[in-house]
Design a protein around this ligand. Structure first.
Ligand SMILES: *Cc1c(COP(=O)(O)O)cnc(C)c1O
Length: 430
C-alpha cells in the first residue's frame, strides 16, 4: 500500500508500507525477530550482495519490520526512500556520512537541539569534519558561509526549544544555488505539520524517539531522501557519483538513480557503521505513527491554550511559541506551518534560575525528563540539563537562558495542565 498520490495523510499513516503478512495473513506488521534470512540458492545470494535484487540478508542491513517503517516514513515525507537507524543522533551521522570526507564542512543553523550543537561543534571533528553555525533568518549569511568544502546545509524545521520556525524554502533556494543538499531535522514538526521535501530539502532526518513513536518507549532515527539531488553534477560527492572502493567499485548514482543515497546508506552506512534500528523498536514506532495526525492536532491545540494562559501570568517574563500572535515568527508560522507549530515551547520566569528549579519540583502532572514528543506533558530546565554543556552564548542562541523552561505539551486536558502550572508557579514564586 504505497499509493501516496491518491490517499490522504490519515490513511497513509495507518497503511503505508504495510500489508497483511504474506506468510500468515497477520494483519498487524509482525516483529520479524530474526538475524538472518535463508537464501533460495547461491545465485540468489550473489544477486542480493550485488544489489541486483532487493531482499533480506542480515538484520544489521535490513529487516522486514524495519522496512515497513522505512517505507511508511518515506511515503509520509514524500521521499524516494528512507533508512531507519538506532537514534536521531545516529540518523544525523548517517545523513552526513555519504556526503562528507576529511576537510569537509556542514553549514548549520544556530538554532538546533542542544545535542546536535555538541555533535556538530565537537564530536564530528574526530572524523575530520566541521560545522559552521549561521543565523538561518539571514539567507545571505548562509550563502556567504558556504565554501568549496561545504557538503551540506543543516537546520531544523521547528527548532527545539526556542519557538523558532525556519522558512525552509528561503534556505533551500540558497543551497540549490550552491549545488549543496539541504538536510532538515523534522523531529519537532513531524511530516504532519511540515513537508521539508516539498519546500526544497534534499534529505529529512528524524528522531523517531519523539512524536513519531509518540509514547516515550523506544529510541530510533530515520533519514529520508527526496531522490531529487543530482549527485553527479560535479565531483563533490564521489562516494555517490564515482566508483566506490568500499562496495567493489559500484557507482551508486549511475546504478541506482534516485535510490542511490538510500542504498548507499544501507550497503555502506549500516553495514560499516552498524547504527541499526531493531525490529522491536520499529514495531513500537509503526504503532505510534498510526495515530500521528490525531495526536499532533491535540498537541498543537493544547500548546496554544497553555501558552496563551502563561503569557498573561504576572510571574511570567515571556513565552516563545510561534503559535502566539505575540511571536516574531507568528506570520512566518502561519505561512510555512499552517497546521500549527507543534507542542514544544519555552517560557521564562521573572524570578530566574532558582524559581525554575522550584517550579520543576512543584509540578505534579508534568514530568521532569530529558525527552519530548510524548503523550504525557513534560518539562525540562534546559540550562541545567540538555543545554548545560553549551557556552552561555550558545545557550542564548538556542533560547535556553537560565530562567527559561521548556514544555512539551501532551494530549491531556488543557485545563488540568493549566491548573498544575498555576499551583507550581505559585509555589515557585511565593
Ligand atoms: C531528540 C532529538 C534529536 C536526537 O535524537 P535521539 O533519538 O535522542 O538520538 C535530534 N534532533 C532533535 C530535534 C531532537 O529533538
Amino acid at each position: 500500500m504505497t499509493d501516496g498520490n491518491t490517499y490522504g495523510f490519515d490513511t497513509l499513516q495507518v497503511h503505508a508500507g504495510s500489508q497483511p503478512d504474506p506468510a500468515t495473513g497477520a494483519r498487524q506488521t509482525p516483529i520479524y525477530q530474526t538475524t538472518a534470512y535463508v537464501f533460495r540458492d547461491a545465485e540468489h545470494a550473489a544477486k542480493l550482495f550485488n544489489l541486483e535484487e532487493v531482499g533480506y540478508i542480515y538484520s544489521r542491513l535490513t529487516n522486514p519490520t524495519v522496512s515497513a517503517l522505512q517505507e511508511r516514513i518515506a511515503v509520509l515525507e514524500g521521499g524516494a526512500g528512507a533508512v531507519c537507524c538506532s537514534s536521531g543522533h545516529a540518523a544525523q551521522i548517517m545523513a552526513l556520512f555519504p556526503l562528507m570526507g576529511p576537510g569537509c564542512n556542514v553549514v548549520a543553523s544556530t538554532r538546533l537541539y542542544g545535542g546536535t550543537v555538541t555533535q556538530f561543534s565537537q564530536t564530528i571533528k574526530r572524523f575530520g569534519w566541521s560545522a559552521k553555525f549561521v543565523d538561518f533568518d539571514d539567507p545571505a549569511a548562509v550563502a556567504a558561509a558556504i565554501d568549496d568544502n561545504t557538503r551540506a546545509v543543516f537546520g531544523e524545521s521547528i527548532a527545539n526549544p526556542g519557538g523558532y520556525v525556519t522558512d525552509i524554502r528561503s534556505i533551500a533556494d540558497v543551497a540549490d544555488a550552491a549545488g549543496i543538499p539541504l538536510i532538515i531535522d523534522n523531529t519537532s514538526a513531524t511530516p504532519y505539520l511540515c513537508n521539508p521535501i516539498k519546500d526544497g530539502a534534499t534529505l529529512v532526518v528524524h528522531s523517531t524517539t519523539k512524536y513519531l513513536t509518540g509514547n516515550g518507549t523506544v529510541t530510533g532515527g530515520c533519514v529520508v531522501d527526496s531522490g531529487k539531488f543530482d549527485w553527479s553534477a560535479n565531483d563533490k560527492f564521489p562516494s555517490l557519483s564515482q566508483p566506490e572502493p568500499a562496495y567493489h567499485g559500484l557507482i551508486f548514482h549511475e546504478a541506482l538513480g534516485p535510490m542511490a543515497f538510500t542504498f548507499h546508506s544501507i550497503a555502506i552506512g549500516l553495514r560499516d557503521l552498524g547504527m541499526t534500528l531493531n525490529p522491536q523498536a520499529a514495531h513500537y514506532t509503526l504503532m505510534g505513527i498510526e495515530t500521528l495526525s490525531l495526536r499532533m492536532e491535540r498537541h498543537v491545540e493544547n500548546a496554544v491554550k497553555v501558552a496563551s494562559w502563561l503569557e498573561q501570568h504576572p510571574a511570567v517574563e515571556y513565552v516563545t511559541c510561534a503559535g502566539l500572535k505575540s511571536s516574531p515568527y507568528y506570520e512566518r508560522a502561519q505561512r510555512c506551518y499552517p497546521k500549527g507549530t507543534g507542542g514544544l515551547f519555552t517560557f521564562a520566569l521573572k524570578d530566574g534560575y532558582d524559581a525554575c528549579v522550584k517550579l520543576v519540583n512543584a509540578l505534579n502532572l508534568f514530568s521532569h525528563v530529558a525527552n519530548l514528543g510524548d503523550t504525557r506533558s513534560l518539562i525540562i530546565h534546559s540550562a541545567s540539563t540538555t543545554h548545560r554543556q553549551l557556552t552561555p552564548e550558545q545557550q542564548e542562541a538556542a533560547g535556553a537562558n537560565p530562567n527559561v523552561v521548556r514544555l512539551s505539551i501532551g494530549i491531556e486536558d488543557a485545563k488540568d495542565l493549566i491548573a498544575d502550572l498555576d499551583q507550581a508557579i505559585a509555589a515557585a514564586t511565593a
